[in-house]
Design a protein around this ligand. Structure first.
Ligand code: NAP
Length: 312
C-alpha cells in the first residue's frame, strides 16, 4: 500500500510518518512539498505519487490567528481537503482526514456523538466543519477522525507551554471552566494505525467504503485546562525525581481562573468531550484515558530534557 501523508512536521504528522511504514510505503510531505492552500500543488503531487491511501494530517491549527486569516484557514482546512478527496477518488484511493471538537458549540453537558448538531464558535471550527463536508460531498471512501486538545512532546502546544511557564513564573493562572479531553499525538497515530490494520485485514478500500464517515477519536475521561496543567507538572516532577534531576520549576501555585479572566481572540466551547464509542464498535479501537496518555508522554526523555533546558 502506498500512503501519501501531509503535514509531516505537525504534532500528528510527525508521529504518523514514524508509525505508518509498518503498513505501507509512506511518502510524506511538509507544506513546501504539498501546500494545501494551492490546488495545483495538491493535484500535481497526488497525481505524481498515485497513492492507495491519503492521510491528511495537515491543517491550519492556529485557532486565534484564524480569526484574522479566515480565507487562508478556509483554503487549508476546507478547500484543500476537498481537492485531496477529489484526487483520491480519481485514483480509486481512500482518504483519512482529521477534524476537531471545535465543530461543536459546547452547550452539551454529556459527551458529543458524531451526529450531534454542530455549531462552531470560531473561524477555525467553521473551516474544519466545512472541510468535513467537502470531503463527504466528494463521495470518496473516507474516514474523518474528530479529535481534541492535541499535544505532543515537541513543537508548540499546551504541554510545552506549561513547562516553559512553570520554569519562568511562581504562579500560573489557568482556565478552569473549559472541559475537554487532551490527546497525545502518538496515541492518535497508534489509533489510526489500528484502524488501517483492521481495514487491511478486512479487504481494504471496499470495506472502508462501507464504513465511510465521521468518527470521534479521543481518550476517555475529561478534564479542564487547569487540572491538565496541574497533572503535567506533577507527572514531569515525578519523572525528574525518578531520574535524580533536581526540580526545575519555579511555579508554586496553579490558580484556576474563568474564561472571562483570560480573553482570547477566538471563542472556545465550554464543553467539548467526544463520545468515542463508534470507533470501538466499528474498529475495536479505544484510546487510553487522558491521564494515562499524559503519564506515558511524560516518560519520554525529550520532555524532561525540554523542562530542564527551558529553565536555564
Ligand atoms: N492541535 C489541536 O489541539 C487539535 C485539536 C483537535 C483537532 N486537531 C486536528 O488534528 C489534526 C492534526 O493537528 P496537529 O495538532 O498535528 O496540527 P499541527 O501540529 O499544527 O500541524 C499542522 C501541520 O499542517 C501543516 N500545514 C499548515 N498549513 C499548511 C498548508 N497550507 N499546506 C500544507 N501543510 C500545512 C503544518 O506545517 P508548518 O509546520 O509548515 O506550519 C503542520 O505540519 C488537524 O486536522 C487538526 O485540525 C488538532
Amino acid at each position: 500500500m502506498k500512503i501519501l501523508l501531509t503535514g509531516k512536521t505537525g504534532q500528528l504528522g510527525w508521529e504518523l510518518e514514524r508509525i505508518l511504514p509498518s503498513v505501507g510505503n509512506v511518502v510524506a510531505f511538509d507544506r513546501q512539498g504539498l501546500d494545501l492552500a494551492d490546488s495545483n500543488s495538491i493535484r500535481r503531487t497526488v497525481a505524481e505519487i498515485r497513492p492507495d491511501l491519503i492521510v491528511n494530517a495537515a491543517a491550519y491549527t492556529a485557532v486565534d490567528q484564524a480569526e484574522d486569516k479566515p480565507d487562508l484557514a478556509h483554503a487549508v482546512n476546507a478547500e484543500g481537503p476537498g481537492i485531496l478527496a477529489e484526487e483520491a477518488k480519481k485514483l480509486g484511493a481512500a482518504l483519512i482526514h482529521y477534524s476537531t471538537d471545535y465543530v461543536f458549540d459546547g452547550r452539551k453537558t454529556s459527551p458529543y456523538k458524531e451526529d450531534d448538531p454542530t455549531g462552531p464558535l470560531n473561524v477555525y471550527g467553521r473551516t474544519k466543519l466545512a472541510g468535513e463536508r467537502a470531503v463527504q460531498a466528494v463521495g470518496v471512501p473516507h474516514l474523518i477522525f474528530r479529535t481534541s486538545w492535541v499535544y505532543s512532546t515537541r513543537g508548540k502546544n499546551f504541554l510545552l507551554t506549561i513547562l516553559r511557564l512553570a520554569s519562568e513564573r511562581e504562579e500560573l493562572r489557568i482556565v478552569n471552566d473549559q472541559i475537554g479531553c487532551p490527546n497525545w499525538s502518538r496515541c492518535l497515530a497508534e489509533a489510526t494505525l489500528g484502524v488501517i490494520n483492521r481495514i487491511s485485514a478486512q479487504g481494504g478500500v471496499p470495506f472502508l467504503n462501507k464504513l465511510s464517515g465521521i468518527y470521534h477519536m479521543s481518550g476517555t475521561g475529561q478534564t479542564t485546562w487547569c487540572e491538565f496543567a496541574v497533572m503535567i507538572l506533577q507527572n514531569v516532577t515525578n519523572q525528574l525525581e525518578v531520574s535524580d534531576t533536581p526540580s526545575v520549576f519555579k511555579a508554586k501555585r496553579v490558580i484556576p481562573i474563568s474564561t472571562s479572566e483570560f480573553p482570547t481572540r477566538a471563542k472556545r466551547p465550554a464543553y467539548s468531550v467526544l463520545d468515542n464509542r463508534k470507533l470501538f464498535e466499528e474498529f475495536g479501537i479505544t484510546l487510553p484515558m487522558w491521564s494515562i496518555q499524559l503519564s506515558n508522554a511524560c516518560e519520554m526523555p525529550e520532555l524532561a530534557r525540554a523542562a530542564v533546558y527551558k529553565s536555564r
